[in-house]
Ligand binder design. Structure first.
Ligand code: AMP
Length: 405
């Protein structure tokens, strides 16, 4: 059974086609700059064939048509006919409190996603556009939605409530939701498999460190607390996002600099984090390079990133009253031995000890990087959100979805 996974953004559409008999990726690609007359399209197949093109793609429906044309391309495609796609799974950023696990798309589900536009104004409208486009171009093909927030719906109120008047929660659903849930869920399961221990018995902290970064305390396989909040701005320091800050800074800076709501929001989301402190880049690789050249801003940005992550790991270890496994994933977590070492060398109090050679070794598989005498297992587990979405979609269309997700 072939499952197509789609991640629709406001001006881009990324996709992967899986053959679920062996979970192989048949093809993956992206359409960028949707809405412009010079949209860029790229696709590569599992057997290494690549195709790219520049054309006019004015909306998501046109993007879906283009994607299908590439998937069925006589020379560069992998399907003889779009009818070979059994189902489509979509990534949806915000599921609010309505969605505790993945679901098949129905008119009611679409209404709910629409009702959450306020909470995710940049993401949910684009996801709905993607769903509608598939409905139009592939009528009758079942679609599923997998939410970034769903995994965190197990958090207790002590974790998800903000200490502000509860009327704001009741009227406007202002609370912590958490994001990257599909990734935290996936890597925690893979970590338990790798360790050969039941997930239900483990206290785990998963660190998803990419352009966006979050860490999650996972108690017995369920999200217990997570660093991102009502939006993906809270928590760790990120590429261009501030992470935690004193909320009083917002009105104070607005007054002093005469900023509008849009400007302050844009400052905190797009012009803060590593970029603001280094003054050069929000990309960790560039920070590391600049640091090696002696750039002081890059050094401070790096040190702050590490220090803040370490504080979260300490807090979550205390919150769970212990820690069995610490897991690193995503672009920085998977690829930077240096960051992992810097983070862990300040955690010896918890009995965390890395093995330097294991930490330096690169692999696409889950691996242990802690020393044999470390009290806590430290792992690197490559994330695969697309595969998780494909699995959920597959289970839903077979009627085999489990209620615990
Ligand atoms: P993601 O959002 O998961 O694609 O991760 C992007 C982040 O990973 C960027 O900050 C990259 O600079 C960072 N990254 C990727 N490869 C490396 C690497 N080898 N060392 C350090 N950071 C890396």
């Amino acid at each position: 059974m072939n499952i197509l996974v789609i991640n629709a953004g406001s001006s881009s559409l990324k996709y992967q086609l899986f053959d679920m008999t062996d979970e192989k990726v048949l093809a993956k690609g992206r359409v960028e700059r949707i809405g412009l007359d010079s949209s860029i399209v790229f696709q590569e197949t599992g057997d290494g064939r690549e195709i790219s093109d520049v054309s006019e793609i004015l909306d998501h429906t046109a993007a879906v048509r283009k994607m299908l044309a590439l998937l069925t391309h006589p020379e560069h495609g992998v399907l003889a006919d779009p009818g070979e796609i059994a189902a489509v799974g979509h990534r949806v950023v915000h599921g609010g409190e309505s969605f505790k696990h993945s679901v098949l798309v129905t008119p009611e589900v679409k209404r709910e996603i629409r009702s959450l536009f306020d909470l995710a104004p940049l993401h949910n409208p684009a996801h709905l556009a993607g769903i509608n486009a598939v409905e139009e171009v592939l009528p009758g093909v079942p679609q599923a939605v997998v939410f970034d927030t769903a995994f965190h719906q197990t958090m207790p109120p002590t974790s998800y409530m903000y200490a502000i008047p509860t009327v704001l929660y009741r009227r406007h659903k202002i609370r912590r939701y958490g994001f990257h849930g599909t990734s935290h869920d996936y890597v925690s399961r893979r970590a338990a498999e790798f360790l050969g221990r039941p997930l239900e018995e483990l206290k785990m902290i998963t660190c998803h460190l990419g352009n966006g970064a979050s860490c999650t305390a996972i108690l017995g396989g369920k999200s217990y607390d997570t660093s991102m909040g009502m939006t993906p701005l809270e928590g760790l320091m990120m590429g261009t996002r501030s992470g935690d800050l004193d909320p009083a800074i917002v009105p104070y800076a607005m007054g002093k600099e005469d900023l509008t709501l849009y400007e302050i929001s844009s400052m905190l989301n797009k012009h803060s984090g590593l970029l603001a402190i280094s003054g050069i880049s929000g990309d960790m690789r560039e920070i590391l390079e600049a640091m090696d050249r002696g750039h002081e801003g890059a050094r401070l940005a790096y040190d702050m990133f590490v220090y803040r992550l370490r504080k979260y790991i300490g807090a979550y270890t205390a919150a769970m009253d212990g820690l069995d496994a610490l897991v690193f994933t995503a672009g920085i977590g998977e690829n930077s031995p240096r960051i992992r070492q810097s983070v862990c060398e300040g955690l010896t109090f918890f009995g965390i000890r890395l093995d330097p050679a294991r930490n330096e070794a690169a692999s696409d598989d889950p691996r242990r990087i802690s020393a044999d005498d470390s009290r806590v297992e430290v792992l690197v587990v490559p994330t695969n959100e697309e595969l998780m979405i494909a699995r959920d979609t597959h289970a839903l269309v077979r009627g085999a979805v489990t209620a615990d997700r």
